[in-house]
Design a protein around this ligand. Structure first.
Ligand code: MRU
Length: 357
């Protein structure tokens, strides 16, 4: 699988996902503003991947600061952090990564400024390395929901490309199921308007020889009605404490369809995508993007009349009542049990959904 993001020789190298599947091209970012531009323009996208990009962007910003002491260093770093976080509001992973780096800095106030800069580079690399482990664990807990012969629908791209490495989140149970020798088929919603399902999910699954069929978004209901979908697995940009799930626009419609057809609807979510400070989905900020994503096909062809009014809401919120389980690196849980995840391990073990004992 291609790398989505790397820190190489003091630069952040990101795969330009806006050019997939036509070109596999990388962009070098040697300052934090370029990283922020990359997040905004979807060169890098997907909640965990932009969390990693934000951490590396903060490390780049820190490197260019001239300061003698901790206070001056932090006061110059703060505005750069705010600039990065302002690029995309919905995914909580950027804030999670920034808070992790800030907590680290605060715990090492006695360090020299050059030492602090080094710590940020190391920690952002750690966030990238951990991402792979976390997603593998999601896969290990999630594969139990996939039976031999199943057809799994997914929406948008919550695969390797949306994260720092191979497993992805929604695709992690699929990749682990494949490693275990299970046969299954994936249906990828194309995901209007930016087509992450068509351009990215279909591409990455084909690269790894996982059988995939692409459908238009409005075909999902018809396939469910025909009994051709066994389960749905999607990712999330931010899940609230009560289990309400923000994910790519169209996810809510898929979840409601699942309810009607008695199909389980799973959400794969690293704990870094769960906002333990937000009681319900109403408080999740939802990004709205430019009209050209809807009226034009990637700047090449107009598909709507000039001047038409457009709403381009990038994410929706699926209420917890539609979610069968949330699969995290700590196990799979009912959405209403998320709030208990900070408890003791023995209690958490009782809440885990285990199909096979
Ligand atoms: O706008 P995008 O492409 O960043 O949206 C991505 C999604 O909606 C993903 O499903 C979500 O970030 C989870 S990625 C593991």
């Amino acid at each position: 699988m291609v790398k989505t993001i790397e820190w190489v020789g003091g630069k952040v190298i990101m795969l330009d996902q806006s050019r997939l599947p036509v070109d596999v091209a990388y962009i070098e970012c040697d300052n934090y503003l370029k990283v922020a531009e990359g997040i905004k323009k979807l060169w890098i996208r997907g909640a965990p991947a932009i969390g990693i990009a934000a951490a590396m962007g903060i490390a780049l910003a820190a490197r260019d600061i001239k300061a003698e002491d901790f206070e001056s260093f932090i006061s110059q770093l703060e505005p750069a952090i705010e600039t990065i976080l302002s690029t995309r509001p919905t995914a909580v992973n950027m804030k999670w990564a920034a808070n992790r780096l800030k907590a680290l800095l605060n715990s090492r106030r006695d360090e020299s400024v050059s030492g602090l800069k080094e710590l940020l580079v190391e920690e952002s690399q750690k966030i990238l390395d951990e991402d792979l482990q976390v997603n593998k664990a999601i896969g290990m807990w999630g594969e139990q929901f996939i039976n031999d012969g199943d057809t799994i629908l997914t929406h948008c791209n919550a695969g390797a490309l949306a994260t720092g490495g191979y497993y992805g989140t929604a695709t992690a149970p699929m990749r682990v199921a494949k490693e275990m020798g299970k046969n299954f088929h994936v249906i990828a919603d194309e995901t209007r308007p930016v087509l992450q399902g068509a351009r990215l999910t279909a591409w990455e699954l084909m690269q790894d020889k996982i059988p995939v069929t692409l459908i238009t978004d409005n075909t999902a209901g018809a396939l469910m009605q025909r009994g051709e979908i066994n389960l749905v697995i999607v990712g999330t940009d931010r899940t609230a404490l009560n289990g309400d799930v923000a994910n790519k626009i169209g996810t809510y419609s898929v979840a409601v369809l699942c309810k009607e057809h008695g199909i389980p609807f799973y959400v794969a979510a690293p704990l870094s995508s769960i906002d333990f400070n937000i009681p319900s989905g109403d408080q999740i900020p939802i990004e709205e993007r430019g009209s050209e994503e809807v009226t034009d096909v990637f700047g090449k062809c107009k598909i709507a009349p000039e001047g038409v009014k457009v709403r381009n809401i990038a994410f929706d919120v699926t209420p917890a009542k539609y979610v069968t389980a949330i699969i995290t690196e700590k196990g799979a849980f009912k959405p209403e049990d998320l709030k208990k995840l900070s408890g003791v391990e023995a209690e958490i073990d009782k809440l885990r959904i285990k199909i096979r004992k």
